[in-house]
Ligand binder design. Structure first.
Ligand code: CO8
Length: 258
């Protein structure tokens, strides 16, 4: 958890916290920053003590997008040959739950980064948007795909085609964020949620995350089938036996993640 230039990484009990830390550029997402996020969350994935992860920024900016100064001069050949942005999706392969705690600007790649997380909790001054159209480009990291699933076609189209922003209350109403809390309480609220998730069986939590995420990829029939099979699989775990017998015996369960 040391040696990072663009992020701060710490473990608070069972919660891994990644704080984007490029304040002078409003946490603009350079390749270096993304690589550091990827390696921090992979470390948390490997760390048996960690049950959930928070990604957050500063009061002013979660992240103001991909780094425009880094992209500005790129040619199509460079973008294509390096498969630019491909590694940005690595976050979606992390199997532990990730909460985006968003204060301030979550624009362009910043909004896309938040949408790659599992739950978005917003401070009341958060601002979401996909302003790429104003720069002569389009969202490149899931903005045109995840936004439509989160808020529907009409709102997603309006954001992507006008570059207008959405405030925290609008984002909650639209279903992009799970809830809005006072900006100064954001991290504490995100911690409460992360700690609650981390208090359960990591094994079962990962199964639940996988089942919910499969709804993005599968038809309803296939998704229901997949869910039922994972549900069946929980009956092969110690933690299902422990959870249910603890309920019956009116005691607190002790999870063994197996
Ligand atoms: N890239 C690089 N530098 C940035 C970025 C950015 N996206 N955003 C802000 N900065 C820098 C500014 O250049 C400025 O630096 P300097 O002091 O050296 O001039 C510093 O941060 C502070 O910014 P401002 O002075 O502009 O601060 P304001 O409070 O006046 O304005 C805004 C804040 C409204 C957020 C404004 O900075 C802004 O509009 N930023 C650009 C937002 C944007 O267009 N984002 C989309 C980028 S394109 C993109 O994300 C493509 C997606 C590709 C996939 C991403 C994968 C996850």
């Amino acid at each position: 958890t040391t040696g990072f230039q663009n992020i701060l990484v710490e473990k608070k009990g069972k919660v891994g916290v990644v704080t984007l830390n490029r304040p002078k550029a409003l946490n603009a997402l350079s390749d270096g920053l993304i690589n550091e996020i990827n390696s921090a969350v992979k470390q948390f994935q490997e760390d048996k003590e960690v049950g959930s992860i928070i990604i957050t920024g500063s009061e002013k900016a979660f992240a103001a997008g991909a780094d425009i100064k880094e992209m500005e001069k790129k040619t199509l050949a460079e973008a294509y040959n390096t498969d630019m942005l491909a590694q940005w999706h690595d976050l979606t392969y992390i199997r532990k739950p990730i909460i985006a705690a968003v204060n301030g600007y979550a624009l362009g790649g910043g909004c896309e980064l938040a949408m790659m997380c599992d739950i978005i909790i917003a401070g009341d001054k958060a601002v979401f948007g996909q302003p790429e159209i104003k720069l002569g480009t389009i969202p490149g990291c899931g903005g045109t795909q995840r936004l439509i699933r989160a808020i529907g076609k009409s709102k997603a189209m309006e954001l992507v085609l006008t570059g207008n922003n959405m405030n925290a209350v609008e984002a909650e109403k639209a279903g992009l964020v799970s809830r809005v809390v006072p900006a100064e309480e954001l991290l504490a609220e995100a911690m409460k949620t992360a700690e609650k998730i981390a208090s359960y069986s990591q094994l079962t939590v990962s199964m639940a995350k996988e089942a919910v995420n499969s709804s993005y990829e599968l038809t309803l029939k296939e998704g229901i089938h997949f869910e039922r099979r994972i549900f069946h699989a929980t009956f092969g775990t110690h933690d299902q036996k422990e959870g249910m017998s603890a309920f019956v015996e009116k005691r607190t369960p002790t999870w063994h993640n197996k």
